[in-house]
Design a protein. Sequence first.
Length: 331
Amino acid sequence: MSVHKDVTRRTFLETVVASAALAGGGPAFSQQAAPAQQAPRAKGPAVWLGMDQAELDAAYDQAKYAPNLSQITKRYASNSEAVRTRLGAPRRYAYGTTPIEALDVYPATRANAPINIFIHGGAWRGGRARDFGYPAELFVHAGAHFVVLDFINVVEANGSLMPMAEQVRRAVAWVYANARSFDGDPDRIFVSGHSSGAHLAGVVLTTDWGKEFKLPVDTVKGGLCCSGLFDLKAVRLSARSAYVKFTDEMEEALSSQRHLDKLNAPLIVAYGTLETPEFQRQSRDFAAAVKAAGKPVQLLVGEGYNHFEIPETLANPYGLLGRAVLQQMKL
């Protein structure tokens, strides 16, 4: 080998070594030391399905599984505002006597149009109708009214979920009684909900409309429950009990999976594969229970969607939820 070639090769290797050192990489081609591993957390006593308290609390906290939560909820609001610039402001109606008991109607352009009532989520603690108008264009362009409800939150209700359920039921009854006033068809009312709103949608769908409101038993003609809670036993054991004052009566009355004898409408149940294990299980168990009861149900699984991403597919006619709901409404 010539001296020139040897010097050239040696110079190249020295340059690589120097560059690696300047970059903080230590000796050339060496691997950095692995970070010290934290000691595994000691698992506590099982509280629910083999989970200890910390695991169960995390399984009912979507923030643990969705690092982009803030980004997406801001997008709900901005997309809803963009929809209003295109469709115009919704019509605002009161369905009760307190200021929060009101709803937004994004009207269809044809008379006697079907109605989809949306119940927003927010862990029972937050959310306003104006930030959930983003699916409105899908329904309006398909020839349906899109209605978004406002209602009390659990903190304002001193820890009880009962006032929320009562208000949402009354809102649906108001829509049935007043549908003609905004060219809606009271005989084609559908309900959709996401997260804690899907819990409330399940409560609406298992309401005894004849007994409680003197309305037809099939007042609601179909429902979508996306990423909801349908039996409150496990929820009651979780950290959510810090702000929801669960009672035996509340758990029983508002666990829709226990009242499927009152379900009189075909149902779509959906969840995303990136949601918490308990939210996934709740949806699977609910759909299985509806099927076992001999009632029509469709279970949709959103591959690669987390809890906050999957409802956005309701705004897309080709999205997982948008396509399913349009089919359910025969639009």
